[in-house]
Design a protein around this ligand. Structure first.
Ligand SMILES: [Zn+2]
Length: 260
């Protein structure tokens, strides 16, 4: 294979990994925002429970005042009893007392209801506080995991950039421009392997004389796919390449570790 093709393949391998790393890095802000949104939701739930609790306390105070107000009236009516002269007036006063006592009973009922719902809100606040703590704990764990992954990707990015900077100078500027154009056109993949005399990227058959030339071990020409324009490269299959042994032979997949 041409030396320059090997350089381009190295560049492509680096660029494809760079693409992955960039995609992962771009996804981190959303991952962090999602995690934080969960904490915010748990906090909002707690705030709602607290607000409801506060409203109950206000209502309770109001009903307590109501009860006190009506009790005060009953006391006044009863004080007036001694000054009453007629039976009618006495009956009327008795009626007022009865009405006031009914109001007291109603206000006390409402007060009791508020106390019951107050207990319910106390319970909800406790649950919300517990849930918030749990969510915060989980999110803290998630965040540190995300931060660790991010740091790893940033490290990989720096390493890949160094690798790329080492490969790029080996490629002539004109060819580099060409490579960049194909990369942009074809989703980051500028080179395509020829297998079974076909471009593996688009499936187009390679002309026989081109294929012959590509197989020549001392070929100096560079070929493009006529359809997708990608730069073509070819590895002689290991079985039919006893002479061209530049390709690394793959060790047979081990079945040795199996014990019966
Ligand atoms: Zn093609």
């Amino acid at each position: 294979m041409l030396k320059i093709l090997q350089d381009l393949l190295e560049l492509q391998a680096v660029d494809m990994r760079l693409q992955d790393v960039h995609a992962r890095l771009a996804a981190f802000p959303k991952k962090i925002a999602d995690a934080e949104a969960r904490t915010a939701a748990a906090k909002a739930e707690l705030e709602r429970s607290k607000a409801a609790q506060l409203a109950t306390v206000k209502d309770r105070k109001k009903y307590e005042l109501d009860v006190e107000g009506w009790k005060e009236k009953v006391r006044k009516y009863k004080d007036q009893t001694s000054q009453i002269k007629t039976n009618e007036a006495y009956k009327a006063l008795q009626h007022e007392v009865q009405m006031a006592e009914e109001q007291i009973a109603k206000a006390e009922d409402r007060l009791l209801e508020q106390m019951v719902s107050g207990e319910e809100y106390d319970r909800r606040i406790k649950i919300s506080e517990k849930e918030l703590k749990e969510v915060e704990e989980i999110v803290r764990g998630e965040r540190s995991k995300i931060e660790a992954e991010k740091a790893e990707d940033e490290k990989a990015l720096a390493e890949l950039n160094i690798k790329r900077a080492a490969v790029v100078p080996r490629i002539p500027e004109k060819l580099m421009d060409h490579y960049d154009r194909i990369v942009k056109k074809h989703n980051g993949v500028a080179l395509a392997e020829v297998r079974d005399e076909k471009c593996t990227a688009c499936g187009m058959r390679v002309r026989p004389h081109v294929f012959q030339e590509m197989r020549r071990s001392n070929s100096e020409e560079m070929f493009h796919c006529e359809t997708c324009t990608r730069i073509l490269y070819y590895y002689e299959p290991a079985s039919s390449a006893a002479t061209a042994s530049s390709a690394t032979p793959s060790a047979p997949a081990g079945s040795l570790s199996n014990e019966t």
